[in-house]
Write a protein that binds this ligand. Sequence first.
Ligand SMILES: O=C(CO)[C@H](O)[C@H](O)COP(=O)(O)O
Ligand SMILES: [Fe+2]
Length: 223
Amino acid sequence: MGIQISPSILSADFAHLADEAAAVPTADWLHVDVMDGHFVPNLTLGLPIVESLLKATSTPLDCHLMIEDPDRWAPAYAEAGAGSVTVHAKAASAPVRTLREIRRQGARAGLALNPAEPVEPYADLVGEMDMLLLMTVEPGFGGQRFLDLVLPKIRRAREILDSREASVWLQVDGGVSDETIERVAEAGADVFVAGSAVYGAQDPASAVESLREQARRASNPTT
Ligand SMILES: O=C(CO)[C@H](O)[C@H](O)COP(=O)(O)O
Ligand SMILES: [Fe+2]
């Protein structure tokens, strides 16, 4: 699939989400941060807004669920038509069942790890997922500073995925910008979430293309 950019609408204007989605026609996905005020100390949006957004844009939705009890709620996002639904390993009590249910409802299934959570315990689950999401900030808020301490884990995750010949995308979320994306791409990520770096830019569509180009160059230095 190559490099993909998923702008996070967390940094968009929530009163004009359809327009904000239309502002990034260059995006591969739209990243939707669902926060419940419990799993993370912030509250954003839920299924009704995702359903409206699905009608308002043809860009596939990449739903990142930062909620308690994702086992109960995640399949509904897939059933509604989200292209990808990601649950946090720490929040899921039955991650295998939930990942399978997301797939059964027709979406790509993602598993997310916080900065301090090791990837190794999940190595045997790679066959159950379509995407592994490594957080490079503590989840809950946009505009935070990228945590360099996650870079070695991104490299280890890339090795695990390659050694198992798994066609699992490796997504990175948090503080991805012009200053950090090259390091993330060199470490082996292929799907990049960017909120403030896209929606804080004068021209969000160009910001997406510029991030993609930098990631492409860094992940394949010979081109
Ligand atoms: O999941 C998230 C926060 O929990 C967001 O997707 C992320 O922080 C994007 O925002 P930014 O690119 O500004 O860091
Ligand atoms: Fe996110």
